[in-house]
Design a protein around this ligand. Structure first.
Ligand code: NAD
Length: 278
C-alpha cells in the first residue's frame, strides 16, 4: 500500500529535465505519485543559456525510479501540441490515470522593449504563455475523463504579478499565465479540477545562474560573478536570502496538488521571500 500526500496519483510535468521541473517530479514521487515527464531537450534560438538535455531528462528518470516510483519520460516541445498529446496519451496508457498537471517549462531572455527582436518576443510568448495553454489543453480531457477532479498548477513568476524592466516579453507572458489560471479555474470548477499558479522569485537554477542574468542584475559591473548576482538578487526580497531553492517551490506545488488544498482554486501563490511587497 503506497503512502504519501499524493499516493496513487499521476502527475504530468513539463520542463522536467532539470531545475524546478525535476524537483517537482522528485517531490511528488517522494509522496507516492507516478510521473509523466516531458522536456524539449534542445535549444531555442533567442535563449542565450543552454536548456535541459536528454541526459538531464534521463537523470530525472533515474531519480524518480530510485524512489520506487514509475515515470514515463518523453522529448516534447510545448510549442508543439501534437508532441504533448502523444506523450500524455502514452503516459496515461502506461500509468493508468492523470490527476496533477505542472505546466512548468519556460525560458528567459532579456532586452529593453525597443531592443527585443521579433523572434525573441515570439519565442517567449510561444513557450511561456501559449506553451502553458497547450499543456492544459492536452491534459484537461484526461482529467475530465478520469472523473476524479484534479489539480493544475501553472508556473508563473513574481514577474506575473509585477513589472521588471528589460523583460517585457517575459513579464507579459507570465502575467498572461496568471490570467489563464483564473479563467481555467472558472471553467474547470464544475469538474472539481482546481487551477492555481506559482509565483517564485529568483530560484537557484540554470535559468538564472548564468552570465546573461548576472549582467542583467549587475549592469554596473563588467564581469559580474555569482556572488555579485547574489547581492543584487537578495536585495529584491524582504527575507535575508539570496534566492529560493527548487524544493521551496516544490513544497508549494505539492501542497496545491494534494487534498490539503482541496478547496483552493484560482489562487496566485507567491514563493517570493517578500519580493512582492518591496
Ligand atoms: N529560476 C527562476 O529564477 C525562476 C523564477 C520564477 C519563475 N521561473 C519559472 O520556473 C519555470 C522553471 O524554470 P527553471 O528555473 O527550472 O529553469 P530551467 O531552465 O532549469 O528549466 C526549464 C526547463 O524547461 C525546458 N524547456 C524550455 N523550453 C521548453 C519547451 N519549448 N518545451 C519543453 N520544455 C522546455 C528546458 O529544457 C528546461 O529543462 C519556468 O517557467 C520559469 O520561467 C523561474
Amino acid at each position: 500500500m503506497r503512502t504519501g500526500r499524493v499516493a496513487g496519483r499521476v502527475a504530468f510535468i513539463t520542463g522536467a529535465a532539470r531545475g524546478q521541473g525535476r524537483s517537482h517530479a522528485i517531490r511528488l514521487a517522494e509522496e507516492g505519485a507516478d510521473i509523466i515527464a516531458v522536456d524539449l531537450c534542445g535549444e531555442i534560438t533567442s535563449v542565450e543559456y543552454p536548456l535541459g538535455t536528454a541526459d538531464d531528462l534521463a537523470e530525472t528518470v533515474r531519480l524518480v525510479e530510485s524512489l520506487d516510483r514509475r515515470i514515463v519520460a518523453r522529448q516534447a516541445d510545448v510549442r508543439d501540441a501534437a508532441s504533448l498529446e502523444t506523450a500524455l496519451r502514452q503516459g496515461v496508457a502506461e500509468l493508468g490515470r492523470l490527476d496533477i498537471v505542472s505546466a512548468n517549462a519556460g525560458i528567459l531572455s532579456s532586452g529593453s522593449l525597443t531592443d527585443l527582436s521579433e523572434l525573441a518576443w515570439r519565442e517567449m510568448i510561444d513557450v511561456n504563455l501559449s506553451g502553458v495553454w497547450r499543456t492544459c489543453k492536452a491534459a484537461i480531457p484526461h482529467l475530465i475523463a478520469g472523473g476524479r477532479g484534479g489539480s493544475i498548477i501553472l508556473t508563473s513568476s513574481v514577474a506575473g504579478l509585477k513589472a521588471y524592466a528589460n523583460m517585457a516579453h517575459y513579464v507579459s507572458a507570465k502575467h498572461g499565465v496568471t490570467g489563464l489560471m483564473r479563467t481555467l479555474a472558472t471553467e474547470l470548477a464544475p469538474h472539481r479540477i482546481r487551477v492555481n499558479s506559482l509565483h517564485p522569485t529568483q530560484v537557484d537554477t540554470d535559468m538564472i545562474q548564468n552570465d546573461v542574468m548576472y549582467r542583467l542584475f549587475r549592469p554596473d559591473l563588467a564581469n559580474p560573478t555569482r556572488a555579485d548576482f547574489a547581492e543584487a538578487s537578495r536585495a529584491t526580497g524582504l527575507l535575508p536570502v539570496d534566492w529560493v531553492e527548487t524544493r521551496d517551490v516544490s513544497a508549494a506545488l505539492l501542497f496545491l496538488a494534494s487534498d490539503e488544498a482541496r478547496y483552493i482554486t484560482g489562487t496566485a501563490l507567491p514563493i517570493d521571500a517578500g519580493a512582492l511587497i518591496t
